[in-house]
Design a protein around this ligand. Sequence first.
Ligand SMILES: Nc1ncnc2c1ncn2[C@@H]1O[C@H](COP(=O)(O)OP(=O)(O)OP(=O)(O)O)[C@@H](O)[C@H]1O
Ligand SMILES: [Mg+2]
Length: 269
Amino acid sequence: MNQEEIVVSIKNANLEYDSEKGKVLALKDANLDIKKGEFICVLGPSGCGKSTLLNIIAGFHKPTSGSATMGGKVINGPNWKRGVVFQTPPLYPWLNIYDNVAFGPKKRRLPKKEIEENVNKYLELVGLKDFKKQKPYELSGGMRQRCSLARVLVNQPEMILMDEPLGALDALTRTNMQALIREIWNKTGNTIFFITHDVDEALSLATRVVVMSARPGRIVKEFNTEFTYDIGGANQEAARYSREYVAIREEILSIINTQNAVSRGEAVS
Ligand SMILES: Nc1ncnc2c1ncn2[C@@H]1O[C@H](COP(=O)(O)OP(=O)(O)OP(=O)(O)O)[C@@H](O)[C@H]1O
Ligand SMILES: [Mg+2]
């Protein structure tokens, strides 16, 4: 596998929304090449344009100017090759867990046997194989999020986009989900674009952390990090307290604090 293979490329992308109050520039001159197998975590102040950038990659929005391409082709709309996991899992309440996960492959009219094998494989991977017959309302928030992850994985996407997927979970469930997502990333070699508000979450998962400015969102700084390998291993605590981790964490927090002040309209020296 060519480690440098670029999956998605964003070039000079701007996005302006037309709202009742007039035009809102949400994203400014975004440039980002996402390489195969990368785990990108995006941080930035609230309302800075993180979801806007994700929605462009997903194909929900087209940049007003500039471009978004996947494998060299312009992204023209949503596609199962780019699976999206939202903060609130959009599961069908009338379908059980198995059928929720099987929904996409059935729609794509894959052979029945292949659907069955894949649904079972990914339900097992996310730890839900004993809950196939349950309806979403019978599951906890963490389990629903695992189901929504299986629903994306079953399509074997080239990229997984996650918009604050763990934001609504309690601290312990959140840590368990981080470990699960890291494990899935390790096993599938997938490319992940993950938005979070939590600096420690970003540093414990990412191979690259992208920090955005206050709106209009620009990418202000990127950090190549490898803490995920240690945090996933036996040296968890040592990794979190290492001098390098603490220094990067402080630098990111300082950028975000500055940008928060900018969005509040305060003068920043
Ligand atoms: N459909 C829309 N129409 C008009 N303005 C929008 C629309 N969607 C987003 N915006 C505005 O664009 C800006 C960026 O929004 P976006 O949702 O991308 O931010 P975000 O960084 O994801 O915020 P949060 O951290 O709160 O999720 C915000 O000022 C928002 O109000
Ligand atoms: Mg958002």
